[in-house]
Design a protein around this ligand. Structure first.
Ligand code: FAD
Length: 478
């Protein structure tokens, strides 16, 4: 796996490397960063990058970081190249195994993947694999630009549904095999949740649009504002001459909360809240164009990454008191620790063992308060986490001008219902072969959140790449 490291180098003194100090990633101060929606991370410079990479002790093959990376980036070789100042070579290495290195390097939960597995990290700070990948990919863009290498035309046409990480990664591989690709996307711009979900302070939009632009330059056609299953069906796509279809529609329906007053003005679903907060007007769907006024007190209900993103967005909109209401405790929270720590630094507060039961209007008819119940933890449920149990009579009121419901996501059933022979399960997730993305319908492949339920950008990217290889094989066999 480790391709580029000379064998004599492997006689290194691992201990002294691991003892090398490095300042880590610099993050803008909380006071400064809540004043805008810009990236919170200050990019590494070349000198810091070389020192940071030189801490890698080059574990014997297969290194734990490579195994923990869903796309198996050759991280030790990249670290070696960065240490030597061979930044362009390192960028090329990442591009061999990743379709979206500039994005995954920024938004992967590295502490749970490569950096979590890093052996140096067992007794100190992990190697900064994410920030170093961002550094070399940005360096490549600046110094020599990047073009997707396009294969010789095969004359075969593939339709991709959804321009999220799964769809665009599938397209990125298919054009390299010479196939003609059209992406049908319901929204006005590409990127899926990278654009219409993940906030700018974690992932600047221009990074996403640059990746989409790479595909346009490579000949991928984008048809925006087309909802497959409503405007046309998968059968229509085959009738139009597409020989294979990839479904990458994600799992984007906000889970509802059944509570009185949930429809009051001032109560928002997290996706709508994040889109209206983080996406510029021209790229917003018509029904989301009205600007948001969140007032002074915002509550966010839920405990995952979407909740952290909503808390941090509310603080940037000027709310003075931003509180997460979560029905379990910190220990059971599903969201990443890194994002939660940043939210706390920026001023978010957490109220645990709290279940909202009623949204209450003020005299103006808008949300004014949320009635909640205190909870206690019972026996573990099917997820293994202790079940929250209501304490009857413990009702209390939390004042709020805005409430954001960040309770998780469900799949959309439309594609399953409008595609004969396409097997689905669990309210619309598409049944696939995990290795190839093949579905029960010949010529139709699927991957990403549409098949797994809500997961990660990197896992959606890997699914899109694997499906592209299977589609290529399928087309060649016809
Ligand atoms: C707020 C938020 C923050 C997140 N933060 C992170 C993070 O920091 N790190 C991380 O790794 N993951 C994060 N995730 C998860 C990650 O964004 C998803 O796992 C990933 O985007 C899934 O990719 P996908 O391509 O499967 O689907 P999506 O990104 O959901 O893209 C699907 C696309 O299909 C389009 N579409 C849907 N139905 C149709 C249709 N019928 N016809 C045409 N187009 C259609 C949609 O408009 C969308 O553009 C976050 C998710 C959310 C909601």
């Amino acid at each position: 796996m480790t391709q580029s490291i000379p064998s004599e180098f492997l006689e290194i003194d691992r201990k002294s490397r691991a003892r090398t100090t490095c300042d880590g990633i610099s993050i803008r101060t909380p006071e400064e960063r809540v004043g805008d929606f810009d990236d919170v991370v200050i990019p590494l410079n070349a000198e810091c990058a070389q020192v940071a990479a030189s801490r890698c002790i080059h574990c014997p093959d297969p290194a734990a970081c490579v195994l923990a990376c869903p796309t198996h980036n050759d991280i030790p070789s990249a670290m070696w190249l960065i240490e030597q100042g061979e930044f362009l070579e390192a960028a090329k290495l990442y591009r061999q195994t990743s379709s979206l290195p500039e994005i995954c390097s920024r938004v992967c939960p590295h502490e749970q993947l490569c950096e979590g597995a890093c052996v140096v990290g067992k007794s100190g700070d992990s190697i900064l694999t994410g920030a170093l990948e961002t550094f070399v990919i940005d360096y490549q863009r600046e110094v020599e630009g990047y073009q997707i290498p396009v294969g010789s035309p095969t004359g075969k046409k593939v339709a991709i549904i959804g321009a999220g990480p799964a769809g665009v990664s599938c397209a990125e591989q298919l054009v390299q095999q010479g196939h003609s690709v059209t992406i049908f996307e319901a929204l006005p711009a590409g990127g899926g949740l990278l654009t219409y979900g993940i906030p700018n302070f974690k992932l600047p939009k221009e990074v996403v649009f640059t990746a989409v632009h790479d595909l346009e330059k490579a000949g991928v056609q984008f048809e925006y504002g087309v909802f497959i299953g409503k405007d046309k069906t998968i059968d229509d796509l085959f009738a139009e001459g597409y020989q294979a279809v990839f479904i990458g529609v994600g799992s984007q329906v906000d889970a509802p909360l059944k509570a009185e007053g949930v429809d009051l003005p001032g109560v928002h679903l997290a996706t709508e809240f994040l889109i209206r907060t983080n996406v510029s007007g021209s790229l917003l769907p018509e029904h989301m164009k009205e600007p948001l006024d969140v007032g002074e007190k915002v509550v966010v209900i839920g405990g995952g990454d979407t909740a952290s993103d909503s808390l941090r967005s509310a603080l940037r909109l000027g709310a003075k008191e931003v509180t997460c209401l979560y029905r379990r405790t910190l220990k059971e929270m599903p969201g990443g620790e890194k994002d939660r720590e940043l939210a706390i630094e920026e001023g978010a507060q957490y109220k645990f063992l709290t279940q909202p039961i009623k949204f209450i209007a003020g005299d103006d008819g808008r949300l004014a308060a949320v009635e909640c119940l205190e909870m206690e933890l019972g026996e573990p449920d099917e997820s293994g986490r202790r079940r929250p149990v209501k304490i009857e009579g413990s009702n209390f009121i939390v004042e709020a001008d805005t409430a954001v419901l960040a309770l998780g996501y469900w799949p959309d059933e439309t594609i399953g219902k409008t595609t004969p022979g396409l097997e689905t399960h669990d309210w619309g997730l598409i049944t696939t072969d995990a290795e190839t993305g093949a579905t029960s319908r010949p010529g139709v492949f699927a991957g990403g959140d549409a098949a797994t339920g809500p997961d990660l950008v990197v896992t959606a990217m890997v699914a899109g790449r694997k499906a592209a290889w299977a589609i290529d094989k399928y087309l060649n066999s016809k």
